[in-house]
Design a protein around this ligand. Sequence first.
Ligand code: ZN
Length: 152
Amino acid sequence: MDAELRDLYQQVIMDHQRRPRNFGPMESPNRSAEGYNPLCGDRIRVELALDEGKRIRRAAFSGEGCAICTASASMMTEAVTGHTLEETNGIFDAFHRLLTEDDQDPAVAERLGKLAVFAGVREFPVRVKCATLAWHTLHAAIDNREDPVTTE
Ligand code: ZN
């Protein structure tokens, strides 16, 4: 990855960390779950308003996490709003591949849009859990799982 792109990516992540979007408890969510990443100490709660057509109307998160965790949760809430669960699974699948596969398919990055800024995290395996915590918590929320999810 060239230095200019890396800088741009870092700026986007910093911006979301400083001013997280959809942050704070939501009014009357119908799905929620908690997630914990013991390796880093990230602890978040994801809340959703899921409609009858299985489309995410609103998504919010709260809690405390490191820069990567917070920025990832913030961007995730933006990325999934308005999407069906099937579409959401597709985004998560692409995101997971971006973070874990060395051999990158350009079509995957294209599908991710802004979430592609996390490509640099691939070089720091410990941070992958920070970046995916919000997504695992989102899945638990969709299933309305009561036990907190952990990345361990
Ligand atoms: Zn973290």
